[in-house]
Design a protein around this ligand. Structure first.
Ligand SMILES: [Ca+2]
Ligand SMILES: [Ca+2]
Ligand SMILES: [Ca+2]
Length: 687
């Protein structure tokens, strides 16, 4: 009588534990490639030596042996190490435990299993797919990461921080990556199916990460998230309102339509989630004073007028207070040796690469060495972290415009490149992974190398070695508030110090503007132009004052977090010595207070209270509180309307945790006047 399989037990609990997939909110078996997993197969009678049993795994819509989408494994057949195989581990009566090994280079995705025991005698596991992921624990996988703490952070940690703000005021924004939440893994594979990526390409983390950098933005392919920097987000959610990625991915999976709206940190958060979810180690990376070089000449032209105001329409280049992208960890068999390890990818739609909005992966080592011709998009990322900045002064005389170079600044782009540290809730500075130390000979050498690989020779002039330092002359310093509570006046002092031994006549130009994090100017607030004599070794002080009314109106009109920028330019009478200084002053916000116990138990209720007091002198209109706790509760929104100065509101959630472990509650407050208030609190849940 022909043998027939009657049941397959996927031994989900044991396998998930071995494969580090227990956290996924998914009822199916999830395993990682290149590592054995066990199945218990039940047959309709006792097994004998003569029985021939085979397992067949298929993935994709047209499974074929030739492209690796159909794998046929005879039990106990000879096999190469690191290749697919199935071996009997144990059998007892009608039950047989089989150990299946997959190739460390297998296609990732959903597989279906059939047990074949004779011609036409097939048992199919039908609607129970097995999910196969990349495996950073497996030495033969191209995403292998040797350090366990790093794997825990970059693959398994589902919460973290994304760094925002400005280089003088770096803020940690709590972010729920949520790669294990319901539907997230299914959405990743749905995106891959829709992308039309050939099955064979789905083995390769280089191609997968490049493809996902495209699929996360909605440009070209109706991908996950639509970028918007207009300041008007009425058609969807404001980019500042998100607390994490999983709500975005779940919404996309449900509607199959792009989610509105994101800016760079949201794109980065979503791609960290997607990469960690499919098993590629990933981190969100923030670059402060980040250049966006539109002409690929590795220099950023920055124009100011004779009121000290930045001019937006002179050049499409820009310098963002910060830009967030990602590093993913993998080998680069497609490159010469030496470029394995972290690779930058970027899902924020900025410049098309090979015709579509995608960026990377490009090796951090290649960027550090200036090897900008190496794929993919190394030139663009190099410019972001290490372009030179050329400051121009645009003067009008007799109806004609004159452009003067104020200075060539080689150290101001690419500051404090930051990511969350491994295993600690701290910021880690990774600038030296991207470039040699600023000011070093090596840094200039790298820049020269990069320029040598450009198509045009446009930037060679600026790649010349720096001019010898000039004798001490005029030095500018700005003192005053480091942060400004909205509604308060701003008062700053420009200190012009004459370090030389003779009196100097100096023209001082200063302009104060309101800007977004991408450097876009929203309003001009104040300007001062003065010519003063500064005696030898003396300091002259020039005050700059801005009343609250001057900026508050613009704050309510633009739905972004804004900052104040001050530009100062000094020129000595003879025009021999030019100097400039710029300062970004962020707004300071009242805190959200989160109160809850430090520990809790599974399925036991606890209360979590969010309190906000408006300590500002202005009313806050349309206050909305967004809160989320992975494994405790999904994103919740509370509308609190207008909150007067001194006013308090409180929101409360009764939580019933479902999973054990350290859990984080994240809160985000947005209002018409101000954005960017976040808070978090950790609770330890035990069984
Ligand atoms: Ca896209
Ligand atoms: Ca440029
Ligand atoms: Ca530099």
């Amino acid at each position: 009588m022909a043998l027939r399989a009657t049941n397959v037990d996927f031994l989900k609990q044991d396998n998930a534990c071995q494969h580090h997939t227990s956290e996924y909110d998914n009822s199916h078996l999830i395993v990682r490639r290149g590592q054995p997993f066990q199945l218990k197969i039940t047959f309709d009678r006792q097994l004998t030596q003569r029985d021939k049993i085979a397992l067949q795994f298929t993935t994709g819509s047209r499974p074929m042996k030739s492209n690796g989408t159909l794998i046929y494994l005879e039990l106990n057949a000879a096999s190469h190490p690191n290749d697919w195989c199935a071996k009997v581990q144990d059998y007892q009566g009608k039950e047989c435990t089989v150990s299946v090994n997959t190739s460390a280079n297998a296609i990732i995705g959903k597989y279906f299993l059939s047990v074949i025991t004779g011609r036409g005698v097939v048992y199919m596991t039908g609607d129970c797919p097995i999910y196969l992921l990349c495996n950073p624990w497996c030495q033969d996988d191209n995403v292998y990461m040797p350090n366990e703490d790093e794997r825990k952070e970059y693959v398994l940690n589902d919460t973290g921080y994304i760094y925002v703000g400005s280089q003088s005021n770096i803020k940690a924004r709590p972010w729920n990556f949520g790669q294990h939440e319901e539907d997230v893994l299914d959405c990743c594979f749905f995106l891959l199916d829709r992308s039309g990526l050939k099955p064979a390409a789905r083995r390769d983390p280089v191609i997968l990460s490049r493809k996902f950098s495209a699929l996360v933005n909605s440009n070209d392919d109706n991908g996950v998230l639509t970028g918007n920097w207009s300041g008007n987000y009425g058609a969807g959610c404001s980019p500042t309102s998100w607390t994490g990625s999983s709500a975005i991915i779940q919404s996309y999976y449900k509607t199959k339509r792009p989610v509105l709206f994101g800016q760079c940190w949201v794109f980065s958060g979503v791609i960290t989630t997607v990469m960690r979810c499919i098993g590629i180690p990933a981190r969100s990376v923030t670059n402060f004073s980040s250049a966006h070089d539109t002409e690929e000449n590795l220099k950023i032209d920055f124009y100011m007028n004779d009121r000290g105001e930045k001019l937006d329409d002179y050049c499409s280049d820009s310098i963002w207070n910060f830009h967030v992208w990602n590093d993913v960890w993998m080998k680069r068999p497609d490159l010469p040796s030496g470029y394995d390890g972290w690779q930058a990818i970027d899902a924020t739609p900025q410049e098309p690469s090979e015709g579509i909005f995608q960026c990377g992966p490009c090796s951090l080592t290649a960027i550090k060495e200036g090897m900008v011709y190496l794929p993919y998009d190394a030139k663009f990322v190099f410019a972001e972290v290490n372009a030179d900045k050329i400051e121009w002064l645009v003067k009008e005389q007799n109806g004609e415009e004159y452009l003067n170079v104020i200075r060539e600044e080689k150290k101001s782009i690419g500051k404090f490149i930051s990511t969350k540290a491994v295993n600690k809730n701290l910021r880690q500075d990774i600038t030296t992974e991207y470039k040699p130390i600023e000011g070093s000979e090596e840094e200039r050498k790298t820049f020269q190398t990069a320029c040598g690989h450009l198509k045009s020779d446009a930037c060679l002039v600026f790649a010349a070695p720096p001019a010898p330092p000039s004798p001490p002359g005029i030095k500018i310093q700005v003192t005053g508030e480091k942060e400004l509570p909205p509604g308060n006046p701003l008062s700053l002092n420009i200190l012009v110090e004459n370090q030389s031994n003779e009196t100097k006549t100096v023209s001082v130009t200063a302009g104060c503007q309101l800007q977004t994090y991408t450097g876009k100017i929203i309003a001009s607030l104040a300007s001062t132009v003065q010519t003063i004599d500064v005696a030898a070794k003396q300091v002259a002080t020039i005050p700059v004052n801005v009343a609250a009314d001057q900026y508050m109106k613009s704050m309510t009109q633009v739905d972004d977090e804004l900052m104040i920028r001050l530009n100062v330019i000094t020129e000595t009478k003879e025009g021999q010595e030019k100097n400039s200084e710029c300062l970004v002053i962020p707004f300071a916000y009242p805190p959200i207070k989160v109160e809850m116990p430090e520990t809790g138990k599974i399925n036991e209720d606890f209360h979590c209270t969010f309190t906000f007091k408006n300590t500002l002198s202005i009313p806050l209109e349309k206050c909305e509180l967004h809160v989320e706790g992975l494994g405790i509760f999904r994103l919740e929104k509370f509308n609190h309307g207008d909150v007067k100065p001194g006013g308090i509101f409180r929101s409360k959630i009764i939580c019933a945790p479902k999973k054990a472990g350290e859990k984080k509650i994240v809160a985000e407050l947005i209002s018409k006047q101000i954005k960017g208030i976040h808070a978090e609190k950790i609770i330890n849940i035990t069984n």
